[in-house]
Design a binder for this molecule. Structure first.
Ligand SMILES: Nc1ncnc2c1ncn2[C@@H]1O[C@H](COP(=O)(O)OP(=O)(O)OP(=O)(O)O)[C@@H](O)[C@H]1O
Length: 773
């Protein structure tokens, strides 16, 4: 007891001491930052440039110098708490991007950081985020001080982990806000208490729109990881909406391996004289030097054979396989899984439930396996540094996409390998990669070792109808994806051998691809001479016609306004991307309708060919009713009820006639309603009578101790004075409907004895006939 006050005062003194040390540290940091401010006497906006390779450093007397060549974190003006956390995590030496950007970021400047994949960009922005709040002595009551935005949920989760590592000894509260999590209500209750948010754009916007009192007016730092992707058209609307709710006076940092320099983009974020730090701009290659990259030509109809052979030849590796659409990922995963290659297979795409996505992601981090994925896994993910191979089975949509995909291997100091499959019509991609300083080696596959898989797939598809459906959908989505690609010098859907491709997937017939037919039709209608002209001039692939281009652009715009993952374009990104949050009801419906038009993923069986296809107008306003006639033609609303046809459009009738018509309709409906009510009463009365009779019969049986055993399971169950099972009573009583309430025994005998099997069959056929008429 006596010791208590003593220890209390001791701990109080300790706290006081720690606090004063912290304040000293903060004032030292502020001093340093002050010393870094632009010279106000000359040009107030000019930034003091740091010389190459000369970030700040800590001098022997403990003060900071702007221009000493710091290579270790310990030489930076960082708080002790951050330093301790970095030390604990084993981070000692800085990577190039960290050395170059941290000094700028720590003194509050806006930063545009670019560095190769796997080079440590995450720490380059997480450290300043934590340090800024520490310096401002941020507390729980101060609300949201920093926001880090990521394009995908998995990446957001990963960034959150790094934040937890760096902020381990700080007292900030941080939250991971991503779509697909069910606890949004709980999130809403607690989000106002958070100091640092790591989020995807959709979820952040949801909180901005829906959470009472949620505000970010005190925001100090905004970070966009994979900035070029977030500034892309797919996130345009949500990002604009987010930025409009943030204070203009803040520090903003953008990081990516493929950084944007677009003035428009930067203007959208109101960056103030940002420091553009691109540490590898002068490097020989745009990709990590420890990455061996190869490319080979694979005809489309041999792609699956090649992929299967590759997987079979690398059973002890961790392999990431990129495909362009969710449906393909699903199909290849399901089909290969059934063929049991001898290595665990997994799949990851944006249409999976969030929980499963997280599980798959962490399983793949731990286990040697093959992960089939869309571009949802292309950016930022750091699968425990140990992916051996990145296989791009489908060509990426552009060079940036390629760089991010291959960047999932050869991270930090480790090595890795990648292979890109290109169809003969996509070979232009090689020139583009080389022009962007991607050192890629063209190799020839050893065809002798190719293990054809198409035959196996055919028999699988015969056995599993759901797989056949999936194959058809995957086929159509792939063709559609090529059709809407922007870069027509690489992607030309007309050059693809569609029949052979369908056959290689094991499909018995080529699914109907309406948009390709349309395209071909249009090409022909342009006139042979102009097509010939285009073909002969200069060996370049024929350019798009104006109309075609307009159509493709329209499709892309319509599609890209929605999150790409939702549309399965390249399914990129969260594509998440936050489909449930970003879409207004209208766009959501439009998306569905569009997929009706594109995705007629029906196997062209004889039956479906005969059917006349329904034409659904995708541009009709949401909520309008469409009525189809027997042939599948659309009729004006209520026309069917009125017995009207297309020519007799109600909208053309004048007001009086229309009113009269509606009056007549109302009267008719009231009559029908009356009849319905009478019938319903009758039906209910019958039911009650039947139930009463059943009950009576049941009691009678019990009283009589009937030996009758309808279950046919022997006398014991029926004769022990026990009540027969209710289900049995109901089974027999159903037949009472036809019989007008005859006794159970009699009914049973009617069914069993009085009609022969042949008679029963004839009766059933008659009934069926009557139903079809
Ligand atoms: N200073 C460091 N010392 C040791 N390891 C580091 C250091 N900085 C980063 N790393 C490690 O390097 C790996 C890659 O880092 P990070 O994920 O930040 O790369 P990135 O540049 O953001 O890549 P991407 O462009 O693909 O998003 C991570 O495993 C990280 O832990």
């Amino acid at each position: 007891m006596g010791n208590k006050p003593k220890s209390k005062s001791k701990s109080k003194a300790d706290r006081k001491e720690r606090r004063s040390a912290e304040l000293d540290e903060i004032s030292l940091l502020n001093e340093w930052i002050e010393s870094q401010k632009p010279d106000s006497s000359s040009n107030p906006l000019a930034l003091k440039p740091l010389p190459d390779n000369a970030p700040v450093g800590r001098l022997h007397d403990g003060s900071f110098s702007a221009y000493s060549a710091a290579t270790k974190f310990s030489e930076l003006p960082l708080s002790k708490k951050t330093m301790d956390a970095l030390k604990k995590a084993g981070y000692v030496n800085m990577t190039e991007i960290q050395r170059a950007s941290l000094p700028h970021a720590l003194c509050g400047r806006d930063v545009l950081g670019a560095a190769k994949t796997g080079s440590g960009k995450t720490l380059a922005f997480v450290i300043p985020v934590v340090e800024k709040l520490h310096k401002e002595r941020w507390g729980p009551e101060d609300g949201v001080g920093s926001i880090i935005i990521s394009p995908t949920r998995e990446l957001a989760g990963q960034l959150f982990d790094v934040l937890k590592t760096v902020g381990k000894f700080h007292n900030f509260s941080a939250g991971l806000l991503i779509g697909g999590r069910k606890d949004v209500e709980m999130e809403k209750e607690r989000v106002n208490e958070l100091n640092i948010l790591v989020c995807t754009p959709g979820r952040l916007l949801q909180h901005m729109d829906e959470t009472p009192n949620f505000e970010c007016s005190q925001l100090q730092i905004l970070v966009l990881d994979e900035a070029d992707r977030i500034l892309d058209v797919g996130f345009k609307k949500s990002l604009n909406a987010i930025v409009s709710q943030l204070p203009k006076h803040r520090q903003t940092m953008l990081f990516s391996a493929t950084q944007t320099k677009s003035v428009q983009d930067l203007a959208r974020l109101s960056l103030k004289n940002p420091e553009y730090i691109s540490v590898h701009e002068k490097a020989e290659s745009a990709t990590p030097s420890r990455l061996q990259q190869t490319v080979m030509t694979v005809p489309l109809d041999q792609k699956l054979d090649m992929l299967w052979s590759f997987v079979k030849a690398h059973l002890n590796s961790k392999i990431l396989v990129f495909l362009s659409t969710c449906k393909q990922v699903k199909f290849v995963f399901e089909a290969f899984k059934k063929l049991r290659p001898g290595i665990p297979l997994k799949c990851l795409h944006g249409r999976m439930k969030q929980e499963r996505r997280i599980n798959i992601y962490s399983q793949f981090c731990e286990q040697r396996s093959v992960l089939f994925c869309t571009d949802v896994a292309a950016r930022g993910l750091d699968f425990n540094k140990a992916v051996d191979w990145v296989v791009q089975a489908d060509c990426p949509e552009d060079v940036e996409s390629y760089i991010h995909r291959v960047g999932r291997t050869a991270r930090y100091l480790s090595g890795g390998r990648s292979v890109l499959f290109l169809t003969p019509s996509e070979m232009k991609m090689i020139d583009k990669l080389k022009a962007a300083k991607v050192p890629i080696q063209v190799i020839k596959p050893n065809m002798k070792r190719l293990q054809p898989v198409s035959g196996l797939l055919s028999s699988l598809l015969v056995k599993h109808s759901e797989l056949q459906e999936l194959a058809a959908k995957a086929f159509i989505r792939y063709m559609r994806c090529i059709y809407i690609q922007k870069d027509k010098t690489v992607f030309d859907v007309e050059k693809l051998p569609s029949d052979e491709f369908a056959a290689s997937m094991g499909l018995p017939l080529t699914p109907n691809i309406r948009f390709v037919k349309k395209l071909k039709g249009k090409r022909l209608s342009v006139g042979e001479s102009s097509v010939l002209e285009l073909k002969t001039s200069g060996g370049e692939p024929p350019a798009e016609t104006k109309r075609q281009k307009a159509e493709t652009n329209k499709l892309r715009e319509e599609n890209l306004d929605l999150p790409a993952e939702l549309l399965n374009l390249n399914d990129s990104q969260d594509e998440d991307v936050e489909k449930d949050l970003l879409l207004s009801k209208q766009t959501e419906n439009e998306g569905i309708e569009k997929s009706v038009e594109f995705g007629d993923a029906v196997l062209p069986t004889r039956i479906s060919k005969k059917k006349k296809k329904l034409k659904i107008n995708i541009h009709r306003p949401v909520g309008t009713r469409v009525v189809f006639d027997e042939q599948g033609n659309t009729l004006p609303p209520l026309a069917r009820v009125a017995g009207a046809n297309n020519d007799d459009d109600l909208s053309l009738l004048d007001k009086d006639k229309r009113d009269e018509y509606y009056k007549k309709m109302r009267e008719e409906l009231m009559k029908v309603d009356k009849v319905d009510k009478v019938l319903d009463r009758q039906r209910r009365r019958d039911k009650r009578v039947k139930e009463k009779m059943k009950l009576k019969r049941g009691l009678g049986d019990e009283e009589e101790g009937s030996d009758e055993d309808l279950s046919g399971s022997g006398g014991d169950e029926g004769t022990n004075g026990r009540k027969p099972k209710r289900s049995k009573i109901y089974f027999n009583s159903d037949n009472d409907d036809d019989d007008g309430g005859e006794t159970r025994g009699k009914k049973a005998s009617v069914l069993d004895d009085s009609i022969s099997l042949a008679e029963q069959e004839a009766l059933a056929l008659k009934l069926l006939d009557a139903m079809h008429q």
